[in-house]
Design a protein around this ligand. Structure first.
Ligand code: SF4
Length: 323
């Protein structure tokens, strides 16, 4: 089954085009934040794969104001792509790990004329009703959409302990359900090839985020960032990674089980090779995306084809007489 975009999954670029009438560009913004898994509140060492600069390789320094960062990034992107609409992306570390009034000032500073939405990446344990009420108030006052990207990585809570996440699956479920009570979108960030996970975990990840009705998902393959615990494990052979072909197969199975309405922000991430020991099997991210699209086609499958497990499948099948 094809989506409007001609793809077999619900692509974010098409979602943005439909919602805002044209192509929309994300602008990375750094806030002066850290992470409760680094400052000692729930841990000192962070997740085993997390580099010292967090996830934001393309970010400007956090001592620049939000306005200055947006201006600098717009000056670079707008003429190059003739871009007119933007989404500030507060990406690095845990962007809601600030006092609520301070966060509010940063978010309001980003509410500029050509901004259509704001995306905040954070951890599930950095979301509360008080923060959501503030964000909903800003959304209402400035007419700008707000989405929260929650790092989950995997639904396998044994793996979450191994990667030293400092939270379990329960905190993610709680945060996702709370966000859904407000006019704010929720995106789940997942890594489908963590060394201890298998196909069952990938499929269960799709089923849980579908059952929670998250709005978007963002998939990554694991990077091995230099000078991390994961890098030590990788170098001394304590972990091995699945092949590129297995990753493609896992993503296809994930998509088959994912609710068809969920928007896919990414099928594979990107990281500069200079900072990593391993990135995407040393293959261009677009080649892996193309391989996933090719496998969807050759298997004649699509996002949601196997999303048959919600809303009482046993009684549904009984009443339809299919058992
Ligand atoms: S939660 Fe994010 S910022 Fe914090 S240690 Fe883990 S990966 Fe790094």
């Amino acid at each position: 089954m094809m989506m409007i975009s001609g793809l077999r999954y619900n692509a974010y670029s098409e979602y943005l085009r439909q919602r805002y009438g044209e192509k929309v560009y994300k602008l990375p913004v750094s806030l002066p934040v850290t992470c409760p898994n680094r400052d000692g509140q729930c841990g000192h060492d962070g997740c085993v794969f997390c580099g010292e600069i967090g996830a934001g390789y393309e970010n400007l320094p956090a001592w620049l104001t939000v306005s200055d960062q947006l201006s600098a990034n717009k000056a670079h992107i707008a003429p190059k792509y003739k871009a007119k609409k933007f989404i500030p992306y507060f990406q690095n570390f845990s962007n809601t790990y600030l006092p609520v009034e301070q966060l509010k000032r940063h978010v309001i500073e980003a509410c500029q004329e050509d901004i259509v939405a704001i995306a905040l990446a954070t951890r599930p344990d950095c979301i509360s009703d008080r923060y959501l009420a503030m964000l909903a108030e800003v959304r209402e006052k400035y007419g700008i959409d707000i989405s929260i990207e929650l790092g989950l990585q995997t639904v396998n809570y044994h793996t979450l302990a191994k990667i030293n996440r400092g939270h379990t699956l329960a905190e993610f479920i709680d945060a996702a359900q709370r966000i859904k009570c407000w006019p704010i979108e929720v995106c789940a960030h997942l890594i489908l090839n963590l060394p201890w996970d298998d196909m069952t975990d990938a499929i269960e990840s799709a089923k849980i985020v579908s059952a929670l009705r998250v709005d978007q998902v963002k998939l990554h393959a694991l990077y091995i960032v230099k000078n991390t615990v994961m890098a030590d494990w990788y170098q001394n052979g304590a972990i091995t990674l699945i092949s590129k072909e297995e990753y493609v197969t896992r993503v296809v199975a994930f998509l088959e089980h994912l609710h068809p309405d969920i928007v896919i922000q990414r099928l594979i991430g990107r990281a500069p090779a200079a900072n990593t020991l391993f990135t995407n099997w040393q293959t261009g991210w677009w080649k892996i995306r193309d391989a996933i699209e090719e496998q969807l086609l050759t298997q004649d499958t699509w996002q949601g084809k196997k999303c048959l497990y919600l809303n009482g499948p046993a009684v549904r099948n009984m009443e339809l007489g299919t058992i």
